[in-house]
Design a protein around this ligand. Structure first.
Ligand SMILES: Nc1nc2c(c(=O)[nH]1)N[C@H]1C(S)=C(S)[C@@H](COP(=O)(O)O)O[C@H]1N2
Ligand SMILES: [Mo]
Length: 554
């Protein structure tokens, strides 16, 4: 057995992956437990900015498609989030692995020169700095979700990276083959010199194998416990709504086809999209004040009680959709929003002439800019403090969030920290990342169910299969839904009276059953009779368009 260069590379690869995975696990744990930055996400944010447009999004989309092979498509919201997180983590592990391999190469050169063992500590710190410094700088610039101060995050990332570098150094030292120069033991074993060397080398190779297994196991343990403990810390909130929707309303009118989604989403099932990785700002209800200043004559600082008690209380059933919802995706839900008309609150601040825009900033680093004129002209724009009859859940924006009718979720800031009246428009968080600045909802219609198990015979003796789903057009209402079977004519579906003019509409079409394979397609028309866009467009930048189809072999 002779020690080969390829073994060296294999060992270095194993160590590099193991160590960066462990570091990532520790970073994640500390983010969840201590609120410091998780740099994998910040690096991804950074790469999204510097790489040619779409590369990362493309990667995320591929990852979503891959993950969807293992889940049923219903889970798309969590799938998309998982995909994004996985992308970020893989990327980070990739970067760390490349650095580790580079370090292995340097160690090799130094070894051949016989200088590695004498410069060990410093080379370990150098690779630590090579990872830590750029990552800390990127994180300081891009992280908005950490609750710890940026200084603490920077310090933590640097220290952790240096320790990671020292681990690399330690491992490389263990992997350094015994060189004749470094060998001191006397060959007094009675065997020939060559045989003695061979035994030494074998012992080394066995030891190396053992060592790699230990490193692999220890790193896997750190990675897994970091990830799972972190997850435990992160998402402990249970959401329980009051289910304020009137049962009588849900039980009258057109009966949805069996298998249609609930018209009123149970609060715990409402989709969720955050810019950070699952922690949400923790706001003290009694200490909280909403400052409204900037170009106003009467700056305000409102408590939650002020907002609840001093203004009209408006409750409205509202469907919200994320702009990154796919056709028939899960990032869309309906619940009841309660709050005060935002224009009444702004009016109390006495806006100045040149106050044209409202900058809304959130505790998690999110921000959005809304035209004042639009707010003043639309009493429906809410500063909401309740969902489904209970204070906004932590995940969904406690203590306050805004709702603007007919816009995608990216225009509905959660966890509002302050509002500033400004004179010039500026880009909000998602707009800076390439999404539509207006984000007006694109009409969509979805087949939830082709209820082949619920075939029934109607009065005329025709066997029918109930087909049904939703149609949604922001605040533009739905006037008609049509279904097409294969290449046939579009046929009108029945519509349920919606929960409001801002919710989705449940539709139903009772199809005269015919055996065989069929493709069902759905389209909708809004309140003005405008037809749903047939042309297929991706979600980015302005929201997905195109028809939804289901093919069934019946
Ligand atoms: N402060 C803040 N507001 C936010 C976001 C966020 O990450 N932070 N995400 C936005 C996006 S993209 C969507 S789709 C909705 C989702 O709201 P939900 O998670 O309560 O369903 O919130 C919006 N408001
Ligand atoms: Mo969104």
């Amino acid at each position: 057995m002779q020690y080969k260069l390829t073994d060296q590379w294999q060992s270095t690869l194993i160590i590099s992956v193991a160590f960066i995975a462990a570091l990532t696990g520790v970073f994640f744990f500390m983010e969840q437990a201590a609120g410091v930055a998780f740099p994998a996400f910040d690096v991804m944010d950074f790469l999204i900015r510097v790489l040619p447009g779409g590369i990362i999004t493309f990667g995320i989309d591929m990852m979503v498609d891959f993950l969807l092979l293992f889940t049923d498509g219903d889970d798309l919201d969590s799938t998309a989030k998982t995909a994004e997180s996985l992308m970020a983590v893989f990327q980070f592990i990739g970067i760390g692995t490349v650095l580790g391999l580079g370090y292995g190469a340097i160690a090799n050169v130094l070894r051949n020169r016989g200088t590695f063992l004498s410069s060990e500590w410093s080379t370990g710190l150098i690779i630590g700095a090579a990872l830590g410094i750029p990552v800390a700088v990127i994180s300081a610039q891009y992280n908005t979700s950490a609750s710890a101060s940026p200084l603490i995050s920077t310090f933590w990332i640097l220290v952790a990276s240096l320790i990671w570098g020292l681990f690399h150094n330690y491992a490389q030292r263990r992997l350094t083959p015994p060189t004749p120069a470094a060998e001191t033991p006397q060959n007094d074993s009675g065997v020939s010199d060559a045989a003695f060397k061979q035994t030494e080398n074998n012992a080394y190779i066995l030891d190396r194998r053992q060592f790699l297994i230990q490193v692999g196991a220890a790193s896997a343990a750190v990675t897994v416990s970091g990830a799972s403990l972190g997850a435990l810390f992160g998402d402990s909130e249970t959401v329980q709504g009051a289910n304020v929707i009137d049962e009588a309303i849900l039980n009258t009118g057109l009966e949805p086809a069996p298998g249609t989604r609930p018209e009123y989403t149970p609060l715990q099932d409402h989709y969720r999209i955050d810019i950070n990785s699952g922690r949400f700002p923790n706001v003290d209800e009694l200490e909280y004040r909403l400052p409204i200043d900037g170009l106003v004559d009467n700056p305000l600082s409102l408590s939650l009680a002020n907002i609840r008690e001093d203004y009209d209380v408006i409750s409205e059933n509202i469907t919200m959709s994320c702009i990154s919802n796919r056709i028939a995706g899960g990032l869309i839900s309906t619940t009841q929003w309660t709050g005060a008309p935002l224009r009444d609150i702004l009016a109390d601040a006495n806006l100045q002439e040149d106050g044209k825009f409202l900058l809304i900033e959130s505790f998690d680093g999110f921000d959005e800019v809304v035209e004042i004129e639009m707010i003043m002209n639309d009493e429906r724009i809410l500063l909401a403090y309740e969902w489904d009859g209970v204070p906004l859940p932590g995940k969904h924006g406690f203590p306050l969030r805004v709702h603007i009718p007919d816009r995608y979720g990216m225009k509905q800031p959660k966890w509002i920290e302050k509002m500033t009246v400004i004179d010039e428009w500026q880009e909000g968080y998602w707009v800076r990342r390439g999404w539509d600045k207006d984000a007006i909802v694109k009409m969509t219609s979805v087949i939830d169910t082709v209820a082949v198990d619920n075939v029934y015979t109607d009065d005329e003796g025709v066997q029918r299969v109930p087909i049904g789903g939703i149609a949604y057009s922001g605040a533009k209402e739905i006037s008609a839904v049509e279904v097409r079977i294969n290449d046939g004519e579009w046929q009108p579906a029945q519509l349920r009276t919606p929960l409001s003019d801002r919710t989705w509409v449940i539709w139903r079409f009772d199809w005269p059953f015919e055996a065989g394979e069929h493709t069902f397609t759905v389209r909708a028309f809004d309140g003005e009779g405008v037809e749903q866009i047939a042309e297929v467009a991706d979600r980015r930048p302005s929201g997905a368009t195109g028809y939804h189809s289901e093919t069934e072999d019946i």
